[in-house]
Design a protein around this ligand. Structure first.
Ligand SMILES: *Cc1c(COP(=O)(O)O)cnc(C)c1O
Length: 468
């Protein structure tokens, strides 16, 4: 096996820039128009101001940023994106993106295989999970017109919003205490005959809960409803069955029987923002996309992505970045799976520590890499106050010492469902939530947990290991 090493963007860029310049030069030199010429010193000043202003951010790239769903793209993705951006292909049409349309077809084939979809079918990359979900819901509306979208109450808010855009009703289905969609509540809605599509979320954005897809599919089919899988955040956990509970994996394995699926490579796929994907297992839905526009320039008879997507212009650079990344980190257990697994273990290990803590308790057992927990408080108002203090205290120190946590708002009902009973002096309270999506976080957990316990004690006014 070859030796592995850390690679930086600056290592890759010189070679990439000269190769791309050589391609451009091969068409002959031309002078840049004077309207686009610039004063070098003032551009350098702008760049300096830019980087100064970018200092005003939380350290999303750092393992001690254990808050929201944020992480940097891999340098391979960045270098591929920048190389491609230098010619800026548009994956709307083959003519506008010859090489990157081919790359997109290749990555789609890999995504289809990961989910167990047939090799033949429709789908494409998108700018986002939102547009990808919109497209899947639109196709469902065309197939089951006039019917509603059913999604769990914990699903991403995009589903009710996109149902509004599509002018179809949406119905929130209750969740069980483990955060998964209730099958009984779903069946009651299906019995009304009004549901056209059920959205199963495999990895909710808030809690990382996995809806029971393997059971939703036969249920929905019995009532003639389609099943759309929103696994924008969770999709790549398909690669690590050994790290998931058998019950969780059973639902990932059922994606192959769904009618559409959405995954966001810009979440767990090491990509810069602007990379979602929607996939359909069949070709017959192609008829819904028919349009006849005088602006397009389809010179080839092969299918252009512009003919099978809602969006028009779309970055070829995004396809190139994902293509290059998957060459280096293929969609296997040892490839991208090895990047996903440590976060999953980090969440499980932290949960074990929290279960034994005197001052913290778990809100919900993590299924993927999101952990939710709370300080042991007496009342709702005290819970909210301690959570907020903890959140502030953890980050209120010098940069190398900072830990960035996030809070999550929950209600009395959700706490009661999880067997947590407080004095209900307020209808809602913040608890703690961390997305552990950076593999470096696995080894940090024991230390981070110790600190969080001490900050919690301090926020509670108890003696802590930080005193003295
Ligand atoms: C992030 C997310 C979305 C929205 O995707 P964007 O790429 O942010 O537009 C939808 N559904 C789920 C489950 C998500 O995690």
């Amino acid at each position: 096996m070859s030796q592995k090493e850390t690679i930086h963007l600056r290592d890759l860029m010189p070679g990439v820039l000269s190769s791309m310049d050589a391609i451009k030069d091969s068409f002959g030199y031309f002078e840049t128009h004077e309207s686009q010429q610039v004063d070098r010193a003032s551009v350098e000043a702008v760049m300096q101001e830019l980087t100064d202003r970018l200092d005003n951010n939380f350290p999303y790239f750092h393992p001690q940023y254990a808050a929201q769903m944020l992480k940097p793209p891999h340098p391979v993705a960045m270098a591929a994106y920048m190389a491609t951006m230098m010619i800026n292909p548009n994956n709307h049409s083959i003519d506008g993106s010859r090489a990157t349309t081919e790359m997109e077809r290749e990555v789609l084939a890999q995504l289809r295989e990961m989910f167990g979809y047939p090799a033949e079918g429709l789908g494409h990359l998108t700018w986002s999970g939102t547009t990808a979900n919109l497209e899947a819901l639109w196709i469902s509306r065309e197939i089951n017109p006039g019917k509603a979208v059913a999604h769990s109450k914990d699903s991403h808010y995009t589903h009710s919003r996109m149902a509004e855009v599509l002018n179809i009703p949406s119905i929130g289905i209750a969740t069980e205490p483990d955060g998964r969609m209730s099958l009984e509540a779903l069946e009651r809605e299906l019995q009304t005959g009004k549901i056209g599509v059920v959205v199963a979320t495999l990895g909710t954005t808030g809690l990382g809960a996995v809806d029971p897809l393997a059971d939703i599919i036969p249920l929905a089919r019995r009532y003639g409803a389609r099943v759309h899988v929103d696994t924008a955040y969770g999709g790549f956990f398909t690669l690590i069955p050994d790290e998931l509970d058998a019950e969780t994996y059973r639902h990932f394995a059922a994606i192959k029987d769904s009618d559409s699926v959405v995954v966001d490579p810009h979440k767990h796929g090491l990509q810069p923002y602007g990379c979602g994907a929607v996939l359909f297992p069949t070709l017959d839905i192609g008829k819904f996309y028919k349009h006849d526009s005088p602006y397009t320039y389809f010179a080839s008879t092969e299918l252009h992505f512009g003919e099978i997507q809602l969006e028009c212009s779309r970055a070829g650079a995004s396809a190139a970045a994902l293509w290059a990344t998957l060459k280096v980190f293929p969609l296997t257990r040892e490839g991208l799976g090895a990047v996903i697994a440590p976060g999953r273990r980090a969440a499980r290990n932290w949960w074990n520590l929290i279960e034994e803590s005197e001052v913290l308790m778990a809100y919900q057992k993590p299924e993927l890499d999101i952990i939710t927990y709370l300080p042991k408080a007496k009342s709702m108002s005290q819970l909210d106050e301690i959570s907020h203090k903890l959140f502030v205290m953890a980050a209120d120190t010098s940069r190398p010492q900072q830990t960035h946590l996030a809070t999550y708002v929950t209600k009395q009902r959700n706490l009661e469902d999880r067997g947590i009973h407080l004095e209900w002096d307020s209808p809602q309270a913040r608890i703690m939530r961390s997305v552990l999506m950076k593999p470096e976080q696995e080894s940090l957990i024991p230390e981070m947990h110790w600190h969080v316990e001490q900050w919690t004690k301090r926020a509670m006014g108890l003696p802590s290991g930080l005193d003295g």
